[in-house]
Design a binder for this molecule. Structure first.
Ligand code: IPE
Ligand code: IPE
Ligand code: MG
Ligand code: MG
Length: 327
């Protein structure tokens, strides 16, 4: 523990051994006969992220009952889907650093990064196909459909100064929260959860995922690259209107508003002090944070249904972690 707050390692204690199993499955799935492909996959294997999605799936499983081997397979599947989206996202965002390492696109170029992302997603479906039933495969495929729709929508709305909050929430629900919702629903379903329990757990994951992306968008503006371990300050340059920016555009003085609009339309390559001051003046970081806090509360409310257990405590802790994560 640090200053009384649970670290991810603390929160993962109930699933410590399960996560180790998931990592083995993940690594074994990606072994190739081609040394060059292996070398590429090694980058992805060596640098783990926070493993939030596998952890959500396993903790929801444990919190709803018991874990079976399908949980471990599916936890590896959702992490593989997630990593595939990161590899593609870094191409779209022209990002240079991810998980404290050079991105695949920075080292090997966009072609290789696009193909590696495809390779990862293909392996995710291959792994999912090893399960005895089709339930998860259909749910994963429908989730990746939604994630792609969210990314397409984001590109479609690039630099749209009138983007509404509702449109923003639509995008982040699709590109980020759909997957965390599915993780939680799958965890519950494969633990024998009934329909109500599965629905509640999906809602937990959806609300937590929305909060997670709002905080991520805040970090993109005011976070520290050394702590997040990834390239920041890209959203504005790419014309991505995130919640603090939408709020600031609606509330800034006309002159400041005009300058904020130009920052979105004419990439400056770095975040200007003027933008930071405008966000400060309109209280937009606090505004977005309050929205994230409300989503976390909605997520926490879903957990009332679960019996007391260390896994349930960890799910509470993970929802709270979203609001204080520095990375
Ligand atoms: C980053 O997700 C992408 C978003 C949805 C914002 P994570 O912050 O969970 O990435 P890793 O897996 O820990 O690197
Ligand atoms: C999340 O959006 C992208 C995915 C859902 C893959 P971001 O572009 O904000 O993610 P980061 O900040 O690069 O991790
Ligand atoms: Mg990105
Ligand atoms: Mg981001």
């Amino acid at each position: 523990m640090t200053d009384g707050a649970a670290t991810l390692a603390d929160l993962y204690a109930p699933i410590h051994e399960d996560l180790a199993r998931v990592e083995q499955i993940f690594d074994a799935e990606l072994l190739s006969d081609h040394p060059f492909v292996n070398e590429l996959c090694d980058r992805v294997r060596r640098y783990r992220g926070k493993m939030l999605r596998p952890a959500l799936l396993l903790l929801c499983g444990k919190g709803c009952g018991y874990l079976v081997s399908a949980h471990h397979t599916l936890a590896a599947v959702v992490e593989m889907v997630h990593v595939a989206t990161l590899v593609h996202d870094d191409v779209l965002d022209q990002a240079e650093i991810r998980r404290r390492q050079d991105t695949v696109n920075a080292v090997r170029g966009n072609e290789t990064a696009v193909l590696l992302g495809d390779y990862l997603i293909s392996h995710a479906y291959h792994l999912c196909g090893s399960l005895h039933d089709q339930y998860a495969a259909r749910m994963i495929a429908s989730t990746t459909n939604t994630v792609c729709e969210g990314e397409l929508l984001q590109v479609h709305h690039r630099s749209k100064l009138q983007l509404s909050e509702a449109e923003y929430f639509n995008i982040i629900r699709s590109k980020t929260a759909a997957l965390t919702g599915t993780c939680c629903a799958l965890g519950a379903r494969y633990a024998g959860g009934d329909d109500d329990t599965v629905d509640c757990m999906r809602e937990f994951g959806l609300s937590a995922g929305v909060a997670f992306q709002i905080v991520d968008d805040i970090l993109d503006l005011v976070g520290d690259e050394n702590r997040t371990g990834k390239t920041l300050h890209r959203d504005l340059d790419l014309g991505k209107l995130t919640l603090p920016i939408i709020h600031s555009l609606a509330n800034a003085h006309p002159q400041r508003r005009r300058r904020l609009a130009s920052a979105l339309l004419e990439p400056a390559g770095k975040l200007s002090q003027d933008v930071v001051d405008t966000l400060q003046e309109t209280g937009s970081i606090e505004y977005a944070f309050a929205k994230a806090r409300r989503c976390v509360q909605t997520a926490l409310d879903q957990l009332d249904l679960l019996p007391q257990s260390p896994a349930r405590d960890s799910l509470v802790g993970m929802a709270e972690f979203i609001l204080r994560r520095p990375y």
